[in-house]
Design a protein around this ligand. Sequence first.
Ligand SMILES: Cc1cn([C@H]2C[C@H](O)[C@@H](COP(=O)(O)OP(=O)(O)OP(=O)(O)O)O2)c(=O)[nH]c1=O
Length: 190
Amino acid sequence: MPGLVLASSSPRRRDLLGQIGVIPSRIAEPLVDEAPLKGELPRDHALRLAVAKAQAVARGPDEIVLAGDTCVGAGRRILPKADTPDVVRQCLELLGGRRHDVWSAVAVIDGSGRLRSRNVRSVVAFKQLDSAEIEAYLESGEGVGKAGGYAIQGSAAALIRAMSGSYSGVVGLPLFETRALLRTAGYPLG
Ligand SMILES: Cc1cn([C@H]2C[C@H](O)[C@@H](COP(=O)(O)OP(=O)(O)OP(=O)(O)O)O2)c(=O)[nH]c1=O
């Protein structure tokens, strides 16, 4: 059975793979500049970074490499991965009361070096958020380190009116597409 390298520092991606019974034989942190290019659209950004992360990690003989990227987009605008509570606040002020896109890209390089990728769009609708709700969410600390400043898998779920698309993709790895790519790459999955 070919080994699987997960090119990700994200514990969420490891957990999501575990949810479908996939245990990487190796985890490697991809060192990639995640800054958007000038004028880059959210969908292009997610795909470019997933591919770059997969390519940044060395592949041993008979190893498959998998990487992903999650990008939150408000129209043509890319929201940052919130690194401080202030950025979380700015994101929530923008996202409250409207719909936004979450692009979830996954890239797989197979044992012969062939790259395949998928990019999934989800749409998430937040309720109108008043300042007390935003401050309460900031208190939770859950938004820091997350694309768009929130995590759907935590207390933010209670502020989300609706979503369509891939729930696992919003969390960090679209599992339907990931399974299909892994199978095509020769990784044995039932
Ligand atoms: C929108 C959203 C994002 N996120 C997370 C998933 C990703 O970890 C993060 C987006 O950053 P990414 O750059 O996709 O991933 P990462 O930096 O955590 O890990 P790596 O690049 O090493 O693979 O935001 C959630 O956990 N829940 C959500 O609802």
